[in-house]
Ligand binder design. Structure first.
Ligand code: SF4
Length: 163
Protein backbone atom coordinates (compact mmCIF):
# COMPACT_ATOMS: atom_id res chain seq x y z
CA UNK A 1 0.00 0.00 0.00
CA UNK A 2 1.29 3.41 -0.91
CA UNK A 3 2.35 5.44 2.07
CA UNK A 4 2.87 9.10 2.61
CA UNK A 5 5.07 10.77 5.16
CA UNK A 6 3.56 13.78 6.93
CA UNK A 7 4.64 16.43 9.42
CA UNK A 8 3.44 15.14 12.77
CA UNK A 9 2.06 18.55 13.75
CA UNK A 10 -0.30 18.39 10.73
CA UNK A 11 -1.66 15.15 12.17
CA UNK A 12 -2.39 16.88 15.47
CA UNK A 13 0.69 15.91 17.44
CA UNK A 14 1.69 18.65 19.86
CA UNK A 15 5.28 18.88 18.67
CA UNK A 16 5.48 22.54 17.63
CA UNK A 17 8.04 24.76 19.31
CA UNK A 18 5.16 26.26 21.29
CA UNK A 19 3.85 22.86 22.38
CA UNK A 20 0.87 23.18 20.05
CA UNK A 21 -0.08 21.52 16.77
CA UNK A 22 -1.16 22.47 13.22
CA UNK A 23 -3.98 19.95 12.83
CA UNK A 24 -5.34 19.31 9.34
CA UNK A 25 -8.14 16.81 10.02
CA UNK A 26 -7.93 14.86 6.71
CA UNK A 27 -4.20 14.31 7.32
CA UNK A 28 -4.88 13.06 10.83
CA UNK A 29 -7.45 10.70 9.34
CA UNK A 30 -4.88 9.29 6.91
CA UNK A 31 -2.58 8.61 9.85
CA UNK A 32 -5.41 7.00 11.81
CA UNK A 33 -6.07 4.68 8.88
CA UNK A 34 -2.42 3.70 8.57
CA UNK A 35 -2.01 5.38 5.16
CA UNK A 36 0.31 8.11 6.41
CA UNK A 37 3.21 8.09 8.84
CA UNK A 38 3.83 11.15 11.05
CA UNK A 39 7.33 12.47 11.75
CA UNK A 40 8.63 15.56 13.52
CA UNK A 41 12.18 16.23 12.36
CA UNK A 42 12.96 18.66 15.17
CA UNK A 43 11.84 16.21 17.85
CA UNK A 44 13.75 13.41 16.09
CA UNK A 45 16.79 15.65 16.14
CA UNK A 46 16.62 15.83 19.92
CA UNK A 47 15.03 19.24 20.46
CA UNK A 48 12.62 19.64 23.31
CA UNK A 49 8.90 20.40 23.27
CA UNK A 50 8.38 23.25 23.87
CA UNK A 51 11.55 24.93 22.57
CA UNK A 52 12.55 28.38 21.40
CA UNK A 53 11.55 29.07 17.79
CA UNK A 54 14.38 28.72 15.28
CA UNK A 55 15.03 30.20 11.83
CA UNK A 56 17.67 29.73 9.17
CA UNK A 57 20.20 32.56 9.03
CA UNK A 58 22.07 33.27 5.80
CA UNK A 59 20.23 31.04 3.35
CA UNK A 60 17.81 28.15 3.25
CA UNK A 61 17.91 24.42 3.95
CA UNK A 62 20.05 23.69 0.91
CA UNK A 63 22.60 26.17 2.20
CA UNK A 64 22.51 24.55 5.65
CA UNK A 65 23.16 21.14 4.08
CA UNK A 66 26.10 22.63 2.18
CA UNK A 67 27.51 24.29 5.32
CA UNK A 68 26.84 27.82 4.04
CA UNK A 69 24.10 28.75 6.52
CA UNK A 70 23.16 27.96 10.13
CA UNK A 71 19.99 27.46 12.13
CA UNK A 72 19.74 29.70 15.17
CA UNK A 73 17.04 29.79 17.80
CA UNK A 74 15.54 33.01 19.08
CA UNK A 75 17.92 32.98 22.04
CA UNK A 76 20.89 32.89 19.69
CA UNK A 77 21.80 29.25 20.24
CA UNK A 78 23.09 27.38 17.18
CA UNK A 79 20.80 24.37 16.68
CA UNK A 80 22.11 23.39 13.25
CA UNK A 81 23.35 19.98 14.41
CA UNK A 82 19.93 19.02 15.80
CA UNK A 83 18.24 20.11 12.56
CA UNK A 84 20.67 18.00 10.53
CA UNK A 85 20.13 14.99 12.81
CA UNK A 86 16.37 15.35 12.44
CA UNK A 87 16.60 15.64 8.68
CA UNK A 88 18.72 12.48 8.48
CA UNK A 89 16.30 10.57 10.71
CA UNK A 90 13.36 11.74 8.59
CA UNK A 91 15.11 10.65 5.41
CA UNK A 92 15.67 7.22 6.98
CA UNK A 93 11.94 6.99 7.77
CA UNK A 94 10.96 8.06 4.25
CA UNK A 95 13.19 5.32 2.85
CA UNK A 96 11.88 2.75 5.33
CA UNK A 97 8.27 3.25 4.23
CA UNK A 98 9.20 3.94 0.59
CA UNK A 99 7.18 7.14 0.77
CA UNK A 100 5.47 8.04 -2.50
CA UNK A 101 4.66 11.51 -1.25
CA UNK A 102 5.78 13.72 1.62
CA UNK A 103 3.46 16.42 2.99
CA UNK A 104 5.26 18.91 5.21
CA UNK A 105 4.25 22.04 7.11
CA UNK A 106 4.95 25.17 5.11
CA UNK A 107 7.20 27.95 6.52
CA UNK A 108 8.96 25.69 9.06
CA UNK A 109 12.79 25.85 9.06
CA UNK A 110 12.69 22.04 8.90
CA UNK A 111 9.54 21.27 6.95
CA UNK A 112 8.90 24.26 4.67
CA UNK A 113 9.08 23.28 1.02
CA UNK A 114 8.44 26.62 -0.73
CA UNK A 115 8.51 29.20 2.06
CA UNK A 116 10.54 29.73 5.22
CA UNK A 117 10.90 32.61 7.65
CA UNK A 118 13.70 34.99 6.82
CA UNK A 119 15.88 34.60 9.91
CA UNK A 120 14.87 37.87 11.58
CA UNK A 121 12.12 36.44 13.84
CA UNK A 122 9.81 39.14 12.53
CA UNK A 123 7.22 36.79 11.03
CA UNK A 124 8.44 37.57 7.51
CA UNK A 125 8.34 34.62 5.11
CA UNK A 126 10.45 34.36 1.98
CA UNK A 127 10.90 31.76 -0.77
CA UNK A 128 13.07 28.90 0.43
CA UNK A 129 13.19 25.33 1.63
CA UNK A 130 13.65 23.95 5.14
CA UNK A 131 16.48 21.61 6.09
CA UNK A 132 14.48 18.36 6.11
CA UNK A 133 12.50 19.24 2.99
CA UNK A 134 15.74 20.02 1.17
CA UNK A 135 17.38 16.74 2.18
CA UNK A 136 14.32 14.73 1.10
CA UNK A 137 14.19 16.55 -2.22
CA UNK A 138 17.90 15.95 -2.75
CA UNK A 139 17.18 12.24 -2.43
CA UNK A 140 14.34 12.26 -4.91
CA UNK A 141 11.29 12.40 -2.66
CA UNK A 142 8.32 14.49 -3.77
CA UNK A 143 7.67 17.08 -1.07
CA UNK A 144 4.59 19.30 -0.99
CA UNK A 145 2.98 21.57 1.58
CA UNK A 146 -0.30 20.97 3.37
CA UNK A 147 -1.83 23.65 1.16
CA UNK A 148 -0.83 21.78 -2.00
CA UNK A 149 -2.20 18.48 -0.81
CA UNK A 150 -5.30 18.35 -3.00
CA UNK A 151 -7.29 15.48 -1.56
CA UNK A 152 -9.92 15.31 -4.24
CA UNK A 153 -7.41 14.95 -7.07
CA UNK A 154 -4.93 12.63 -5.46
CA UNK A 155 -4.93 8.89 -5.14
CA UNK A 156 -5.09 9.57 -1.44
CA UNK A 157 -8.24 11.54 -2.28
CA UNK A 158 -11.36 12.30 -0.34
CA UNK A 159 -13.04 9.15 -1.55
CA UNK A 160 -10.10 7.24 -0.17
CA UNK A 161 -10.53 8.63 3.31
CA UNK A 162 -14.32 8.73 3.36
CA UNK A 163 -15.91 6.64 6.11
FE1 SF4 B 1 5.77 20.34 12.60
FE2 SF4 B 1 7.96 19.93 11.15
FE3 SF4 B 1 7.96 21.76 13.08
FE4 SF4 B 1 7.89 19.19 13.75
S1 SF4 B 1 9.57 20.22 12.69
S2 SF4 B 1 6.61 20.82 14.62
S3 SF4 B 1 6.65 18.34 12.10
S4 SF4 B 1 6.73 21.81 11.21
Amino acid sequence: MAKILVSACLAGEKCKYSGGHNLVPPIAELVRRGKAVPVCPEALGGLTIPRPPAEIRGGDGYDVLAGRARVLDKEGQDVTAAFLRGAAATLAKAREIAAELVVLKEKSPSCGSKLIYDGTFSGTARPGTGVTAALLQQHGFKVISEGEFAFKDSKFGSEDIAP
